[in-house]
Design a binder for this molecule. Structure first.
Ligand code: MLC
Ligand code: AMP
Length: 460
């Protein structure tokens, strides 16, 4: 494990609370002992699942899987039953590590606070799978992206370079531990760089202000909320770097945050499949609305509908494609080739690039991929949950622009007498919380084109 996470090998000394999650903390040596011990109990498993609630136990369970070289899939603590069962099955997991709030036929390998000491485990191969992270597509259930140790290491090294991230840093955030942002950057990042971590459990302005970090991570919704709380925002003046990502940071939020904290935020762009690939730099220009340059080890290109290069004039929009060391290995269920064009990963994002190579993300190619509070939500998955409610004949889900969440999930439903409240209750029991429509609008019909296809643009 020390090749991937050198802080756990004593390379950077130690702190009694090197990793803190809410009220619980642990030293790096303590975390290594706990991880090695649980790793020893799961070694040889095909894959494991961790219910990634914001707890220190989640960090220990994931570190244990990494120590054992067993790929670990993360399940949201509030996952709907369909999504959870899908992840348990699709990941090929043969055990759950830590506690599980759900019923499962798989063995549950418990964590033991008495664990520690030295359990020797061989260093897993750099090309072996580290994580299986689920991300939504336009239709169907989420897909599990397999991320190798090599890709994770390359990404964290590229980001450490871009952000001048060193052992002197103390990272603070409260992002979910089942996605790339909170888990790869937010937990494995400090363990690779040798920086302390405080996870605040929830990403609230007050908790950020009280944590006295040098670096802070947030999705744009978090920064919008920080800006609305002047006292908390001003407490961040003592920080070194504020980083935003997972969705576009609105320019007024960038400006207000700069004004209140004295720090122009660093904005970075990425995807579960590619990890974080483009960023502004701690030692470079931080331009509102722009996400900067490819990090070390990553290349980008901009192409038109025919795959021909698009001019880098800062204005002409093209399809953004990525390649490099941070790339995923494929989806655990198979399938990867469709997502590539001549070896370049097709991101599904539209962008412009200027003559200096600075990138601006313009939007998604598909209206069926919604970003709400930094979470990706596939319209098709939500529509399927709504259509499972008896008495519903048609449903169309869209992302409506929203000042706080970027987009909010809104469902247009043709219902045979079923009320919006009843639909919400039914769907709420099936779906992970952030995928639930915030609004359900009952309509008599959906707008369709001559081919019978729903015209979602008319619903926005
Ligand atoms: C939410 N609630 C709902 C609801 N949606 N209730 C009814 N119907 C709905 N549709 C409930 C919640 O459960 C919560 O309840 C309460 O309403 C407040 O929810 P909220 O307003 O949504 O706020 P919050 O829960 O604080 O969520 C905002 C947020 C969250 C920003 C904290 O969206 C978040 O953590 N986002 C981060 C996503 C992320 O990390 N993405 C990275 C993906 S990786 P209660 O009872 O709990 O209060 C990636 C790659 C990259 O994208 O580039 O990083
Ligand atoms: P996910 O699949 O959850 O990893 O989401 C990846 C998507 O988030 C990308 O394809 C983008 O659409 C979006 N995204 C991530 N970071 C940014 C950013 N800084 N600006 C705009 N969009 C972003």
């Amino acid at each position: 494990m020390s090749d991937l996470l050198p802080a756990l090998n004593g390379r950077y000394g130690d702190h009694p609370d090197a990793v803190r999650v809410g009220g619980d903390s642990i030293s790096w040596e303590g975390l290594r002992g706990r991880a090695m011990a649980v790793g020893g109990r799961i070694a040889g498993h095909h894959a494991v699942v961790v219910e990634a609630t914001p707890t220190l136990d989640t960090v220990i369970a994931i570190a244990g899987a990494l120590a054992a070289g067993v790929p670990v899939a993360t399940v949201p603590g509030d996952a709907g039953p369909l999504e959870r069962e899908h992840i348990l099955r699709d990941s090929g997991a043969t055990a759950v590590v830590g506690s599980a709030s759900f019923e499962t036929a798989l063995p549950v390998v418990a964590l033991d606070p008495g664990d520690g000491g030295e359990v020797a485990l061989p260093e897993p191969a750099p090309d072996s799978a580290a994580l299986i992270v689920y991300t939504s597509g336009t239709t169907g259930l989420p897909k599990g992206a397999v991320l190798s140790r090599r890709a994770v290491a390359a990404d964290l090294d590229g980001l450490a370079d871009a952000w001048s991230w060193t052992p002197d840093d103390h990272l603070v955030h409260g992002l979910p531990l089942f996605h790339v942002h909170g888990l790869v950057l937010g937990v494995l990042g400090p363990l690779r760089v040798g920086a302390r971590l405080t996870h605040t459990v929830r990403p609230t302005p007050e908790l950020y202000a009280g944590a006295a970090g040098t670096m802070y991570f947030g999705v744009p919704t978090v920064w919008t909320r920080v800006c609305a709380d002047t006292d908390s925002a001003q407490a961040l003046r003592q920080a070194r770097l504020l980083v935003s990502g997972s969705a576009p940071l609105p320019v007024p939020v960038f400006d207000r945050l700069s004004e209140l904290t004295g720090h122009a935020p660093v904005e970075r762009y990425g995807m579960t499949e590619t990890l974080i690939t483009v960023s502004t730099r701690a030692d470079g220009e931080r331009r509102p609305g722009w996400v900067g340059l490819p990090i070390e080890g990553v290349q980008s290109r901009l192409v038109d509908d025919h795959g021909d290069p698009v001019v880098h004039d800062g204005e002409t929009v093209g399809h953004l494609q990525i390649r490099g060391e941070t790339m995923f290995d494929g989806y655990v269920s198979g399938g990867r080739a469709d997502d590539f064009a001549d070896g370049w990963f097709v991101t599904g994002d539209s962008a412009v690039v200027d003559s200096e190579g600075f990138h601006r993300i313009v939007g998604r190619t598909s209206v069926d991929v919604i970003k709400t509070g930094g979470y990706k939500v596939g319209a098709g998955e939500v529509e399927a949950a709504i259509l499972a409610v008896p008495g519903i004949s048609e449903a169309a889900v869209v992302g409506v622009p929203d000042d706080e969440f970027g987009q909010r999930v809104v469902a247009f439903v043709v219902s045979d007498g079923v009320s919006a409240a009843a639909i919400d209750e039914h769907v709420g029991a099936l779906l992970t919380t952030h995928k639930r429509p915030r609004e359900i609008r009952l309509v008599s019909e959906l707008p369709r084109n001559a081919m019978g296809k729903v015209q979602k643009s008319k619903l926005l």
